[in-house]
Design a binder for this molecule. Structure first.
Ligand code: GLV
Ligand code: GLV
Length: 317
């Protein structure tokens, strides 16, 4: 059985896949083009995909009727047309849990870099600009007593809330429904509009869906406090990037930290010019441990399905 792997994965995951079938792995150091992807998919029983691969009905049709599972090496699966695959009897799996702490850690790193101007200070020194300590020099915003607004209190949102509590922050959250986790976190459920209007830091942890696309648009940014910060470590299209650049240029909010972008790998050029913006290239899950666990989990999902068992992490349309 042919197993197609769209981008290099760690050896340990390959070992599992080789037990399960005949592995073809892309050896180019870039995402496959849509055409290359369809070509590679031909005859596949399983596809191990990355978040930059658009896996839709045309890819499944190219694979043919033998395709049984698409294992996306990510917790998010907005890149996969789950409904189109379900129609063709193809299972889809993701990698929840194993990247929760890594992503929450990066979120907090960005939040601190933004509010304490860490990247900006680093740039100042590298530019060899003169400076001296004084009481008003490069002041940032403290976190104790401030309100963190979490949009989407799933596993990652909860892990961010736990970190925020250790920093003395108050937690409010919004989302499709109330979470049973709220009591343990002292988190208060509020409508998204109220969250935007009251939070000192807004951190996005909702999945990308039609409902959350451009959730943070010009209107939402206008509702936020002028001193508020926005952090996005979920998916780029949750934020209208040009609208964010406008809001930052007009001082409607205090700053933004982004790990994800609307049209990766591109970044809205005006954001690159702003000192109150911190940018990282989609590094949420990027630790050795986590990326290995993610690949292993995807490989185990493939092995389970190809051996006739149930997938460990099925997702549904
Ligand atoms: C990363 O962005 C993921 O969804 O795993
Ligand atoms: C990720 O696992 C989430 O539900 O946020």
């Amino acid at each position: 059985m042919r197993i197609v792997v769209t981008r290099r994965v760690p050896e340990a995951a390959l070992d599992i896949l080789r037990e399960a079938g005949e592995v073809w792995m892309s050896d180019v150091d870039r995402p496959l083009s849509p055409d290359e992807l369809r070509k590679a998919a031909r005859g596949a029983a399983a596809i191990v995909s990355m978040l930059h691969d658009r896996i839709d009905g045309t890819v499944a049709d190219s694979a043919g009727p033998g395709l049984r599972v698409v294992a996306n090496v990510a917790v998010g699966y907005d890149n996969v047309d789950v409904a189109a695959l379900a129609e063709r009897g193809v299972l889809v799996t993701n990698t929840p849990g194993v990247l929760t702490d890594a992503t929450a850690d990066l979120t907090f790193g960005l939040l601190l870099a933004l509010t304490r101007r860490i990247a900006e200070g680093d740039r100042l020194l590298r530019a060899r600009r003169p400076w001296s300590f004084h009481l008003g020099f490069m002041l940032g915003a403290g976190l104790r007593g401030k309100t963190l607004g979490i949009v989407g209190l799933g596993q990652i949102g909860q892990a961010v809330a736990r970190r925020a509590k250790a920093f003395g922050m108050r937690i409010i959250y919004s989302g499709r429904s109330r979470s049973a986790a709220e009591a343990g976190l002292d988190a208060r459920f509020v409508p998204t509009a109220e969250l935007l209007a009251t939070a000192d830091v807004v951190s996005l942890h909702c999945p990308l869906t039609p409902e959350t696309t451009h959730l943070i648009d010009a209107e939402a940014l206008a509702v936020m406090k002028p001193g508020a910060f926005l952090v996005n470590t979920t998916r780029g299209p949750v934020v209208d990037e040009p609208a964010l650049a406008d809001a930052l240029l007009h001082g409607e909010i205090a700053g933004a930290a982004l790990d994800v972008f609307e049209k990766e790998p591109e970044v809205e050029p005006r954001l690159l010019e702003l000192d109150n913006v911190v940018l990282t290239p989609h590094l949420g899950s990027a630790t050795v441990e986590t990326r290995t666990e993610m690949a292993l989990l995807a490989a185990r999902n493939v092995a389970a399905v190809l051996s006739g068992g149930e997938p460990l992490n099925p997702v549904h349309p």
